[in-house]
Design a protein around this ligand. Structure first.
Ligand code: C2E
Ligand code: CA
Ligand code: CA
Length: 641
């Protein structure tokens, strides 16, 4: 039992945490507004250093910037203790932490010391032990850094300081580049078309970063916990850290049991209240470096840095016991239980999505067997178990060309013209019946067969498109597995399939946005090549991953497909409506067409039309159809709608 005093101090601490968080977000947004439109570089440095200092509570904040000669750097801004003396000084690049950050292209913080050789460590320890420094990274160049020196009131900088400073630096980098571009422009005196274009893009990025910032600041409104996107951000930071330091990370997924019944019996208000109480209780038990987030509904997730299987399971048990203590809701004592699933990096998944999906399958196992808590076990994972049997069948299916493509129309919203179709894979197996592509694509992927399948799909879709295009213009969209773009032979194989360059105009490739997070440079040249063939590029499932439009815009894409999970209820769900509306607006600003997939109702269609969305796809228009039925649909269109 927690006594009254303890409870009070917990509440005070919690309030303080929430307050801190708000202050941080405010600061980030304020900084953004203040420097976003500022063209005077020195002023940007002045504001940025003062705000950074407040943000991470540093005695001193300094902003070194790489000089034009690329051999020295100068302290251009600073705030706090001794800053006045240092600002204006220049140093050779090999000197000091800034040089280290430049050379290694990564941030400096105390953890780095442990990775250095003994000699180097002695050299740096005194000077840089209580300092953090994150790079200011421009679009093309390293610009410099922001460093915090000594935490106010002693102690060390926390991971949170470090994360905040990184987020902060990304805003400042854009502002610096923006101002620099203007500075150069003035120098050239005549307004130079090229610069203006660049400036326009930068401004768009700024606008978008501000929206992104808001998005980032979206904590879950019911519980005040980080939402899904913040969770992904934290996890990816934790993962990169864990890779560097060769540590484990536990992912603990919690799904409440029978929460729906609670909601129905007591009403949503009390359901929400219960979620809040659960969050507060779990939160109180969290360690400083752990993250608790609400993924939606009655699903929570906890990131457990530096926890291997044993430690993760131990933490999971602790949280489980904690949850089982009754809650007071609606003047009742209410017993709550949850199903807990654990997956551990790196053994049970090396990236965010596989970790989460494995924690999810462990959670389901716990739920189905009513055992409360389960560690991921690949042997019991349905997906893995299924594939053992299916792999052989799928091998054969590929060889014997048992796969088929179904086609789903895409129509232009403003005039109802049928302008394109998406090709979706189907496998009707003698043994298994109709197998969902979500499933067989994964199995193919895990068995390195997906590339072969994808080449088949491109080829098949192209043949079909050439037939249909004799009668009417109709692009066919093929879903590309992201990994195929990394295939060293991709370009050659594609050239072979496309043959005549003119054929490119029959195709669109849809690629999921998650892909764009990594391997950026390799990708953009492959994508560039695809475009040169006349093939259009579309970003699929937009909104479900964690990519930013400002990064996507640098790739040569024509089209953005808003994921069906946002579109389905766009006419009834306010949050979805906001996402859809602002995505359309931003994508248009960036010169992209927008497709809404999963349009199921006239009401949704009306709304999309009002928001100026370009293209719609969904059951309202038609389900995906086999070739013959699609042809009938084409012949009767638009009468059939
Ligand atoms: P996707 O690319 O997001 O495809 C859209 C999915 O939404 C399709 O599911 C489609 O049938 C479904 N859909 C379309 N309209 C509506 C609607 O109004 N409401 C609802 N609830 N759903 C709608 P499907 O065919 O089961 O495909 C699932 C996923 O499998 C696809 O998602 C895609 O990621 C993958 N996939 C399918 N075919 C291929 C392929 O040939 N290659 C690759 N790499 N992936 C494929
Ligand atoms: Ca698709
Ligand atoms: Ca999609």
């Amino acid at each position: 039992m927690i006594d009254g005093r303890q409870k009070k101090s917990n509440v005070v601490e919690l309030n303080q945490n929430l307050k801190d968080r708000e202050v941080e977000i405010d600061l980030l947004q304020k900084t953004f507004t203040e420097i976003g439109s500022e063209l005077d570089l020195d002023k940007i440095f002045q504001i940025a250093s003062a705000q950074a200092r407040a943000l991470i509570q540093a005695e001193t904040v300094l902003i070194p910037l790489l000089d034009e000669n690329c051999e020295t750097y100068s302290y251009r801004g600073g705030a706090g203790k001794n800053a006045e003396e240092i600002v204006g000084e220049s140093l050779p690049l090999e000197f000091g932490v800034c040089g280290w950050v430049w050379k290694h292209k990564r941030p400096w913080w105390r953890g780095v010391l442990d990775e250095l050789s003994e000699d180097e460590k002695n050299l740096w320890e005194e000077e840089a032990g209580s300092m953090i420094m994150v790079p200011l990274q421009g679009r093309r160049h390293f610009l410099g850094g922001i460093s915090g020196i000594n935490k106010i009131g002693g102690g060390e900088f926390t991971r949170r300081d470090f994360n905040l400073l990184q987020m902060f630096a990304s805003i400042v980098s854009i502002a610096i580049e923006n101002a620099m571009a203007v500075g150069n422009m003035e120098k050239v005196s005549r307004i130079n078309e090229d610069y203006r274009n660049r400036l326009e893009i930068l401004n768009k990025q700024l606008l978008e970063s501000s929206k992104e910032l808001k998005y980032l600041s979206l904590y879950d409104t019911v519980t005040g916990l980080p939402n899904r996107s913040l969770f992904h951000d934290r996890l990816s930071r934790n993962l990169s850290q864990a890779i560097l330091s060769e540590e484990h990370i536990g992912i603990l997924l919690i799904d409440l049991d029978r929460f729906k019944e609670v909601n129905e019996a007591l009403g949503h208000e009390h359901g929400d209240l219960l979620l809040k109480k659960i969050s507060r209780r779990l939160e109180r038990h969290m360690k400083l470096d752990e993250t608790l987030a609400r993924l939606g509904g009655d699903e929570f997730v906890i990131i457990l840095p530096a926890c291997d299987e044993t430690l993760s399971m131990q933490r999971a048990k602790e949280f489980k016991i904690l949850l089982n203590e009754p809650f007071n809701v609606a003047n009742m004592k209410m017993a709550v239980s949850g199903s807990f699933g654990v997956a551990v990096f790196p053994e049970q998944g090396e990236d965010a999505s596989s970790l989460l999906s494995h924690a999810d399958s462990a959670m389901y196992e716990a739920k189905n067997n009513q055992i409360g808590l389960c560690l991921y076990n690949p042997a019991r994972d349905l997906m893995t178990r299924g594939h053992l049997v299916m792999v052989a069948d799928i091998h054969r299916a590929l060889k014997e060309k048992q796969f088929e493509l179904y086609y789903q129309p895409k129509i232009s919203i403003k005039d109802n013209q049928l302008i394109a179709a998406e090709a979706l894979g189907r496998w009707i197996s003698e043994e298994w019946g109709m197998v969902s592509p979500d499933y067989f694509i994964k199995v193919l992927e895990r068995n390195s067969l997906l590339d072969e399948y994808t080449y088949w799909a491109i080829e098949t879709a192209l043949q079909q498109a050439r037939i249909w295009n004799k009668k009417q213009v109709l692009r066919i969209a093929v879903n590309l597995s992201p990994q195929i773009l990394m295939d060293p032979d991709f370009i050659e194989n594609l050239n072979q399939i496309i043959g005549d360059r003119k054929n490119g105009k029959y195709l669109t490739f849809e690629i999921t946005e998650n892909l764009f997070l990594s391997e950026y440079d390799t990708l953009s040249s492959v994508l560039e090549h695809i475009r040169q063939l006349g093939i259009e590029l579309s970003i699929d499932d937009y909104g479900t991953g964690y990519s930013s439009l400002s990064r996507l815009i640098k790739l040569p894409v024509n089209e953005l497909k808003i994921d069906k999970s946002f579109v389905k209820n766009v006419d009834t769900n306010n949050d979805d409506e906001t996402v859809v509306r602002s995505t359309i607006e931003l994508a248009h600003n960036l010169g992209m067409k927008v497709v809404a997939e999963g349009v199921e109702s006239e009401a949704a269609m009306e709304l999309l039309k009002r928001y100026d969305c370009d293209i719609a796809q969904g059951f309202l228009i038609s389900k995906p159809l086999p070739v013959a039925e699609f042809e009938t649909f084409l012949d009767n269109y638009p009468a059939s709608r």
